[in-house]
Design a protein around this ligand. Structure first.
Ligand code: UDP
Length: 316
Protein backbone atom coordinates (compact mmCIF):
# COMPACT_ATOMS: atom_id res chain seq x y z
CA UNK A 1 0.00 0.00 0.00
CA UNK A 2 1.24 3.47 -0.84
CA UNK A 3 2.38 5.39 2.21
CA UNK A 4 0.84 8.80 2.90
CA UNK A 5 3.23 11.59 1.99
CA UNK A 6 4.31 14.28 4.44
CA UNK A 7 6.30 17.42 3.72
CA UNK A 8 8.35 18.80 6.60
CA UNK A 9 9.96 22.20 6.15
CA UNK A 10 12.82 22.84 8.54
CA UNK A 11 13.50 19.10 8.58
CA UNK A 12 17.19 19.55 9.42
CA UNK A 13 16.31 21.69 12.42
CA UNK A 14 15.97 20.56 16.01
CA UNK A 15 12.21 19.92 16.10
CA UNK A 16 11.78 19.23 12.37
CA UNK A 17 14.28 16.37 12.47
CA UNK A 18 12.60 14.68 15.44
CA UNK A 19 9.22 15.07 13.79
CA UNK A 20 10.48 13.64 10.47
CA UNK A 21 11.94 10.62 12.23
CA UNK A 22 8.72 10.01 14.14
CA UNK A 23 6.61 10.30 10.96
CA UNK A 24 8.82 7.69 9.27
CA UNK A 25 8.28 5.36 12.21
CA UNK A 26 4.52 5.93 11.89
CA UNK A 27 4.59 4.74 8.27
CA UNK A 28 4.73 8.04 6.40
CA UNK A 29 6.91 8.84 3.44
CA UNK A 30 8.67 12.05 4.37
CA UNK A 31 10.16 14.75 2.20
CA UNK A 32 12.29 17.06 4.32
CA UNK A 33 13.14 20.53 3.05
CA UNK A 34 15.64 22.89 4.63
CA UNK A 35 17.83 25.73 3.39
CA UNK A 36 20.30 24.91 6.19
CA UNK A 37 20.45 28.51 7.43
CA UNK A 38 20.16 27.17 10.96
CA UNK A 39 19.37 23.50 10.31
CA UNK A 40 22.23 21.01 10.26
CA UNK A 41 22.65 17.89 8.13
CA UNK A 42 23.99 16.02 11.16
CA UNK A 43 20.44 16.12 12.57
CA UNK A 44 19.37 13.80 9.74
CA UNK A 45 22.11 11.23 10.39
CA UNK A 46 19.95 8.56 12.01
CA UNK A 47 17.31 8.46 9.25
CA UNK A 48 18.77 10.05 6.11
CA UNK A 49 19.11 6.62 4.44
CA UNK A 50 15.59 5.51 5.34
CA UNK A 51 13.97 4.25 2.10
CA UNK A 52 10.99 6.54 2.60
CA UNK A 53 12.91 9.70 3.40
CA UNK A 54 14.07 12.26 0.88
CA UNK A 55 15.96 15.45 1.67
CA UNK A 56 15.83 18.53 -0.52
CA UNK A 57 17.96 21.57 0.17
CA UNK A 58 15.73 24.46 -0.79
CA UNK A 59 14.38 27.78 0.36
CA UNK A 60 10.64 28.46 0.34
CA UNK A 61 10.71 32.24 0.52
CA UNK A 62 10.42 32.78 -3.23
CA UNK A 63 8.03 29.88 -3.76
CA UNK A 64 7.63 26.13 -3.53
CA UNK A 65 10.40 24.53 -5.61
CA UNK A 66 9.09 22.69 -8.73
CA UNK A 67 10.34 19.36 -7.38
CA UNK A 68 7.63 19.56 -4.69
CA UNK A 69 4.77 20.20 -7.13
CA UNK A 70 2.50 17.54 -8.58
CA UNK A 71 2.79 15.27 -5.56
CA UNK A 72 -0.01 13.88 -3.44
CA UNK A 73 0.70 15.52 -0.11
CA UNK A 74 -1.34 14.29 2.83
CA UNK A 75 0.28 16.54 5.43
CA UNK A 76 2.40 19.69 5.11
CA UNK A 77 4.28 20.82 8.22
CA UNK A 78 5.88 24.29 8.28
CA UNK A 79 8.74 24.39 10.78
CA UNK A 80 11.32 26.26 8.70
CA UNK A 81 12.39 29.41 10.56
CA UNK A 82 15.26 30.59 12.69
CA UNK A 83 13.92 30.13 16.21
CA UNK A 84 16.44 31.18 18.85
CA UNK A 85 16.71 34.90 19.62
CA UNK A 86 20.43 35.30 18.70
CA UNK A 87 19.80 33.47 15.41
CA UNK A 88 16.76 35.44 14.36
CA UNK A 89 18.37 38.72 15.40
CA UNK A 90 21.02 37.89 12.78
CA UNK A 91 18.46 37.01 10.09
CA UNK A 92 15.62 39.50 10.52
CA UNK A 93 14.31 39.62 6.97
CA UNK A 94 14.68 35.90 6.38
CA UNK A 95 12.73 35.25 9.60
CA UNK A 96 9.92 37.60 8.60
CA UNK A 97 9.76 36.24 5.07
CA UNK A 98 9.81 32.50 5.78
CA UNK A 99 6.90 32.88 8.19
CA UNK A 100 4.92 35.19 5.91
CA UNK A 101 5.70 34.52 2.24
CA UNK A 102 6.93 30.99 2.98
CA UNK A 103 3.69 30.21 4.81
CA UNK A 104 1.62 31.64 1.97
CA UNK A 105 3.39 29.48 -0.62
CA UNK A 106 2.75 26.36 1.44
CA UNK A 107 -0.90 27.31 2.00
CA UNK A 108 -1.28 27.67 -1.78
CA UNK A 109 0.18 24.19 -2.14
CA UNK A 110 -2.35 22.86 0.38
CA UNK A 111 -5.19 24.69 -1.34
CA UNK A 112 -4.28 22.99 -4.63
CA UNK A 113 -3.62 19.51 -3.25
CA UNK A 114 -6.11 19.32 -0.38
CA UNK A 115 -3.31 18.57 2.08
CA UNK A 116 -3.71 19.34 5.76
CA UNK A 117 -1.48 22.30 6.74
CA UNK A 118 0.33 22.48 10.05
CA UNK A 119 1.85 25.75 11.23
CA UNK A 120 4.49 25.72 13.97
CA UNK A 121 3.66 28.83 15.94
CA UNK A 122 5.12 29.84 19.26
CA UNK A 123 4.48 31.04 22.78
CA UNK A 124 6.17 34.23 21.54
CA UNK A 125 2.82 35.29 20.09
CA UNK A 126 1.95 36.09 23.73
CA UNK A 127 4.95 38.46 23.91
CA UNK A 128 5.75 39.61 27.46
CA UNK A 129 2.49 38.21 28.80
CA UNK A 130 0.26 40.08 31.20
CA UNK A 131 -1.81 36.95 31.73
CA UNK A 132 -0.23 34.00 33.51
CA UNK A 133 -0.25 31.13 32.67
CA UNK A 134 -1.04 31.76 29.03
CA UNK A 135 -4.31 30.39 27.62
CA UNK A 136 -4.92 30.10 23.91
CA UNK A 137 -7.59 32.83 24.20
CA UNK A 138 -5.01 35.38 25.38
CA UNK A 139 -4.14 37.86 22.61
CA UNK A 140 -0.70 38.68 23.89
CA UNK A 141 1.47 41.66 24.68
CA UNK A 142 3.92 42.04 21.81
CA UNK A 143 6.01 45.12 21.08
CA UNK A 144 5.45 45.43 17.31
CA UNK A 145 8.68 47.34 16.74
CA UNK A 146 10.87 45.74 19.41
CA UNK A 147 13.92 43.62 18.59
CA UNK A 148 11.95 40.39 19.02
CA UNK A 149 9.13 41.55 16.74
CA UNK A 150 10.81 40.03 13.69
CA UNK A 151 10.00 36.63 15.15
CA UNK A 152 6.91 37.34 17.25
CA UNK A 153 5.08 39.31 14.57
CA UNK A 154 6.21 36.92 11.85
CA UNK A 155 4.61 34.05 13.73
CA UNK A 156 1.50 36.11 14.46
CA UNK A 157 1.22 36.88 10.76
CA UNK A 158 1.80 33.18 10.03
CA UNK A 159 -1.20 32.36 12.18
CA UNK A 160 -3.27 35.12 10.58
CA UNK A 161 -2.63 33.97 7.02
CA UNK A 162 -3.21 30.35 8.02
CA UNK A 163 -6.70 31.27 9.26
CA UNK A 164 -7.32 33.49 6.25
CA UNK A 165 -6.75 30.47 3.98
CA UNK A 166 -8.90 28.36 6.26
CA UNK A 167 -11.79 30.83 6.21
CA UNK A 168 -11.50 31.90 2.58
CA UNK A 169 -10.43 28.71 0.85
CA UNK A 170 -11.39 26.01 3.33
CA UNK A 171 -7.82 24.80 3.79
CA UNK A 172 -7.70 22.28 6.61
CA UNK A 173 -5.26 23.65 9.19
CA UNK A 174 -3.64 22.88 12.54
CA UNK A 175 -1.67 25.39 14.62
CA UNK A 176 0.38 24.83 17.75
CA UNK A 177 2.06 27.36 19.97
CA UNK A 178 5.30 25.81 21.10
CA UNK A 179 6.76 26.76 24.49
CA UNK A 180 10.51 26.49 25.15
CA UNK A 181 11.59 23.05 23.98
CA UNK A 182 14.92 21.31 24.47
CA UNK A 183 16.60 17.98 23.80
CA UNK A 184 19.14 16.20 21.62
CA UNK A 185 20.00 17.89 18.30
CA UNK A 186 19.71 21.41 19.65
CA UNK A 187 22.38 23.55 18.09
CA UNK A 188 25.04 24.20 20.76
CA UNK A 189 25.60 27.57 19.12
CA UNK A 190 21.98 28.68 19.19
CA UNK A 191 22.55 30.96 22.19
CA UNK A 192 19.59 29.66 24.16
CA UNK A 193 19.69 29.23 27.90
CA UNK A 194 19.64 25.42 27.74
CA UNK A 195 22.60 25.03 25.40
CA UNK A 196 24.56 28.00 26.75
CA UNK A 197 24.42 26.83 30.35
CA UNK A 198 25.02 23.15 29.61
CA UNK A 199 28.08 23.85 27.47
CA UNK A 200 29.40 26.45 29.90
CA UNK A 201 29.11 23.91 32.73
CA UNK A 202 30.78 21.21 30.63
CA UNK A 203 33.70 23.58 30.00
CA UNK A 204 33.80 24.71 33.64
CA UNK A 205 33.09 28.27 32.57
CA UNK A 206 30.85 30.75 34.41
CA UNK A 207 27.14 30.32 33.68
CA UNK A 208 25.75 33.42 31.99
CA UNK A 209 22.50 34.60 33.56
CA UNK A 210 20.73 37.52 31.94
CA UNK A 211 19.15 40.15 34.17
CA UNK A 212 18.79 38.98 37.77
CA UNK A 213 17.70 35.49 36.69
CA UNK A 214 14.22 35.91 38.15
CA UNK A 215 12.46 35.62 34.78
CA UNK A 216 10.72 32.30 34.29
CA UNK A 217 10.44 29.75 31.53
CA UNK A 218 8.78 26.34 31.22
CA UNK A 219 10.88 23.70 29.50
CA UNK A 220 9.42 20.92 27.40
CA UNK A 221 11.33 17.84 26.27
CA UNK A 222 11.21 17.36 22.51
CA UNK A 223 9.57 13.90 22.47
CA UNK A 224 6.61 15.31 24.40
CA UNK A 225 6.21 18.02 21.79
CA UNK A 226 6.35 15.56 18.88
CA UNK A 227 3.72 13.37 20.53
CA UNK A 228 1.43 16.39 20.87
CA UNK A 229 1.97 17.35 17.23
CA UNK A 230 0.97 13.89 16.01
CA UNK A 231 -2.09 13.84 18.24
CA UNK A 232 -3.25 17.24 17.03
CA UNK A 233 -2.69 16.29 13.40
CA UNK A 234 -5.03 13.34 13.96
CA UNK A 235 -7.65 15.38 15.82
CA UNK A 236 -10.50 17.37 14.32
CA UNK A 237 -9.60 20.79 15.74
CA UNK A 238 -8.40 23.72 13.67
CA UNK A 239 -7.67 26.38 16.32
CA UNK A 240 -4.34 27.03 18.07
CA UNK A 241 -3.23 24.65 20.80
CA UNK A 242 -0.49 25.31 23.36
CA UNK A 243 2.11 22.57 23.67
CA UNK A 244 4.54 23.02 26.53
CA UNK A 245 5.48 21.73 29.93
CA UNK A 246 3.74 23.72 32.68
CA UNK A 247 6.63 23.18 35.12
CA UNK A 248 7.86 26.75 35.60
CA UNK A 249 11.40 27.67 36.68
CA UNK A 250 13.24 30.92 37.20
CA UNK A 251 16.45 31.07 35.22
CA UNK A 252 18.30 30.91 38.58
CA UNK A 253 16.49 27.65 39.37
CA UNK A 254 17.26 26.37 35.91
CA UNK A 255 20.96 27.08 36.48
CA UNK A 256 20.74 24.99 39.69
CA UNK A 257 19.27 22.11 37.67
CA UNK A 258 22.21 22.30 35.29
CA UNK A 259 24.66 22.39 38.19
CA UNK A 260 22.98 19.36 39.76
CA UNK A 261 23.66 17.46 36.55
CA UNK A 262 27.08 18.77 35.58
CA UNK A 263 29.25 19.63 38.54
CA UNK A 264 31.06 22.83 37.78
CA UNK A 265 33.13 25.13 39.93
CA UNK A 266 32.64 28.18 37.72
CA UNK A 267 30.53 31.00 39.24
CA UNK A 268 27.49 32.64 37.68
CA UNK A 269 27.94 35.90 35.81
CA UNK A 270 25.05 38.29 35.48
CA UNK A 271 24.74 40.00 32.11
CA UNK A 272 22.25 42.64 30.96
CA UNK A 273 18.76 41.40 30.20
CA UNK A 274 18.10 41.56 26.45
CA UNK A 275 15.35 44.04 25.59
CA UNK A 276 11.75 42.79 25.54
CA UNK A 277 12.82 39.54 27.19
CA UNK A 278 9.55 38.10 28.55
CA UNK A 279 9.46 38.13 32.37
CA UNK A 280 7.41 34.99 32.71
CA UNK A 281 6.14 32.17 30.57
CA UNK A 282 4.09 29.11 31.39
CA UNK A 283 1.56 27.32 29.22
CA UNK A 284 -1.98 26.61 30.23
CA UNK A 285 -2.34 23.14 28.69
CA UNK A 286 -5.91 22.34 29.68
CA UNK A 287 -7.01 22.43 26.05
CA UNK A 288 -4.37 19.92 24.92
CA UNK A 289 -5.22 17.67 27.87
CA UNK A 290 -8.93 17.70 27.09
CA UNK A 291 -8.68 17.55 23.33
CA UNK A 292 -5.68 15.29 22.83
CA UNK A 293 -5.42 13.49 26.16
CA UNK A 294 -1.88 14.83 26.12
CA UNK A 295 0.44 15.98 28.83
CA UNK A 296 4.22 16.05 29.12
CA UNK A 297 5.84 12.85 30.38
CA UNK A 298 9.50 13.85 30.72
CA UNK A 299 10.40 15.99 33.71
CA UNK A 300 13.18 18.53 33.43
CA UNK A 301 15.90 16.64 35.33
CA UNK A 302 15.42 13.52 33.18
CA UNK A 303 15.20 15.50 29.96
CA UNK A 304 18.42 17.32 30.74
CA UNK A 305 20.14 13.98 31.40
CA UNK A 306 19.04 12.70 27.99
CA UNK A 307 20.21 15.93 26.37
CA UNK A 308 23.56 15.72 28.13
CA UNK A 309 24.03 12.11 26.93
CA UNK A 310 23.62 13.38 23.39
CA UNK A 311 26.00 16.31 23.80
CA UNK A 312 28.64 14.08 25.41
CA UNK A 313 28.65 11.59 22.55
CA UNK A 314 29.32 14.22 19.90
CA UNK A 315 32.14 16.50 18.92
CA UNK A 316 31.09 20.12 18.59
N1 UDP B 1 19.14 33.46 29.16
C1 UDP B 1 20.12 33.51 30.15
N2 UDP B 1 21.39 33.13 29.82
C2 UDP B 1 21.74 32.69 28.57
C3 UDP B 1 20.73 32.63 27.57
C4 UDP B 1 19.44 33.03 27.90
O1 UDP B 1 19.85 33.89 31.30
O2 UDP B 1 22.92 32.36 28.36
C5 UDP B 1 17.75 33.84 29.52
C6 UDP B 1 17.05 34.73 28.51
O3 UDP B 1 17.28 36.10 28.82
C7 UDP B 1 15.60 34.35 28.73
C8 UDP B 1 15.66 32.87 29.12
O4 UDP B 1 16.99 32.64 29.54
O5 UDP B 1 15.03 35.07 29.80
C9 UDP B 1 15.32 31.93 27.97
O6 UDP B 1 16.09 32.34 26.85
P1 UDP B 1 16.11 31.50 25.51
O7 UDP B 1 16.95 32.29 24.55
O8 UDP B 1 16.49 30.11 25.78
O9 UDP B 1 14.60 31.47 25.01
P2 UDP B 1 13.42 32.55 24.92
O10 UDP B 1 12.37 31.97 25.79
O11 UDP B 1 13.88 33.88 25.44
O12 UDP B 1 13.07 32.59 23.48
Amino acid sequence: MKKPLALVTGAAGFVGSHLSERLLSEGYSVVGVDNLCTGRLRNLESFKDHPHFEFIKADLIEGVPPVLLGREWAWVFHFASPASPPKYFGMPLETLRINSEGTRHLLELCKKTGARFFFASTSEVYGDPLEHPQREEYWGNVNPIGVRSIYDEAKRYGEAITYAYHRTHGVDVRVIRIFNTYGPRMDPEDGRVVTNLMFQALKNEPLTLYGDGSQTRSFQYVSDLVEGILRLMNAAYVWPVNLGNPGEFTILEFAQKVRALISTAGPDVFLPLPSDDPKQRKPDIRLAKRLLDWEPQVELGRGLELTLDYFKTREF
